[in-house]
Design a protein around this ligand. Structure first.
Ligand SMILES: NC(=O)c1ccc[n+]([C@@H]2O[C@H](COP(=O)([O-])OP(=O)(O)OC[C@H]3O[C@@H](n4cnc5c(N)ncnc54)[C@H](O)[C@@H]3O)[C@@H](O)[C@H]2O)c1
Length: 383
């Protein structure tokens, strides 16, 4: 099959830059796709961060510590950008103005004002495809749950709960980094860091909160910095958002939680939907398991737990009996982005596209309202 070649540049070569880049070496896992990305250029303000890329990716022919130089390269079609949140506005808008497609990391701006500025530039460049990184819906269990939602299997929805939980911050000796500082991570704290992951599927299925009441907590007030001195840890550690969702035919409560300190959890993303005719739950805590409870009036209420096969959005060479993991979800998400560039939204090989700028905007509206709710103690209505 002829494949469209898509040449990528990476801006931000840290944790996520590397995670994303390594996936290109496993592109051969995908079968039947008509696109093939390569990574041709990298940029990081810290020279040393680019060494790994030079060592492992022979396709990289250009490196720079100035992202503007990278954007001047004509042989780059698209950018994956993974930099701290205070840089999103400037770098994302420059990428879009340079006419490069962008898969940018969440939260798409440090705050609502920055997000609005990014969206304005996107609107002015309709030919550029811009999507926001969110990989968990591509886990087979989550993907199947999404199909059930699309099929309207749930009857009257009783409630929805979605969350993303971590726990390494339980250790008060863990050193501070940019993700725990308001100037670089933003006032949203854990919501900006984890919230788009939690909202991607609910927003995709039209479950936009009409109002929110928030409980935000700061558990650890200070942390050691590099030299052992204690400095303030300013960001919200945990957030529980109690939302009211109204759609044309449904009205239900939705609890969203983003936690940096959920003891025992490492990268636990979950979605639970309870309905009068069907309930279902998926969590990356048990990444093979998908639970469902079909219900007929008066019948038994029994959860069915199955080990889901390795079947996500795009087919692979990997046997159905094998387990799916975090880097597989990035491969699938990246395939969805390339599919949209190659074939357009209408002709994608499968229906689940990456989180889009409108969904990122709606996440900012919710987080901003949640901050207001915390300050006032009131439930905030979203327009
Ligand atoms: N999708 C996910 O699962 C996931 C997970 C973690 C982080 N993230 C997101 O990814 C982004 C980056 O997070 P990270 O964990 O990779 O951070 P990181 O600190 O590991 O990496 C950020 C990199 O950006 C570089 N950088 C800083 N300023 C720069 C500039 N002006 N030009 C070029 N490079 C610059 C830094 O030197 C660093 O190498 C954030 O938006 C974060 O929210 C997403």
């Amino acid at each position: 099959m002829a494949k469209q070649k898509i040449r990528f540049g990476i801006i931000g070569c840290g944790l996520m830059g590397r995670e994303f880049a390594s996936v290109v070496s496993r592109w051969c896992h995908l079968t039947g796709v008509d696109f093939q990305p390569s990574i041709v250029a990298v940029c990081d303000s810290n020279e040393d961060m680019m060494n790994w890329f030079e060592e492992h990716l022979p396709s990289v022919t250009f490196k720079t510590n100035d992202y503007k130089e990278l954007l001047e390269q004509n042989d780059i079609d698209a950018i994956y950008c993974a930099v701290p949140h205070h840089l999103h506005e400037q770098i994302y808008t420059d990428i879009v103005r340079a006419g490069k497609h962008l898969l940018g990391e969440k939260p798409f701006g440090i705050d609502q004002k920055a997000n609005e500025a990014i969206l304005k530039v996107i609107d002015e460049h309709p030919d550029v495809i811009v999507r926001c990184s969110s990989e968990f819906p591509f886990f087979p269990g989550a993907y199947q749950l999404g199909q059930w939602i699309r099929e309207n299997k749930f009857g009257k929805i009783i409630e929805v709960e979605a969350g993303f939980w971590h726990s390494s911050d339980l250790n008060p000796k863990k050193e501070i980094n940019w993700k725990r500082m308001v100037a670089t991570n933003g006032e949203y704290g854990c919501m900006g860091d984890l919230g788009m992951h939690v909202l991607h599927m609910p927003l995709r299925f039209g479950w936009k909160p009409q109002s929110v009441y928030s409980l935000l907590t700061q558990v650890v007030d200070e942390r050691p910095e590099g030299k052992g001195q204690m400095v303030p840890c300013e960001t919200w550690d945990n957030a529980i958002l109690s939302c009211d969702v109204k759609t044309e035919d449904q009205h239900f409560p939705m609890i969203l939680s983003t936690k940096r300190i959920a003891p025992g959890h490492a990268n636990t993303w979950f979605l639970r939907v309870n309905g009068t005719e069907f309930s279902a739950e998926f969590s990356t805590k048990n990444p093979k398991q998908l639970a469902a409870l079909p219900y007929e009036v008066g019948g038994p209420q029994a959860w069915h737990i199955q080990d889901v096969p390795y079947t996500s959005a795009y087919q692979t060479i990997t046997g159905g009996i094998f387990e799916f993991g975090f880097s597989d979800s990035i491969l699938q998400m990246w395939a969805a982005f390339c599919d949209e560039i190659t074939n357009g939204r209408e002709n994608m090989q499968q229906p689940f596209y990456c989180a889009d700028p409108q969904e990122a905007k709606e996440s900012h509206q919710l987080f901003t309202a949640a901050l207001k709710s915390q300050k006032t103690g009131n439930t905030i209505t979203l327009t």
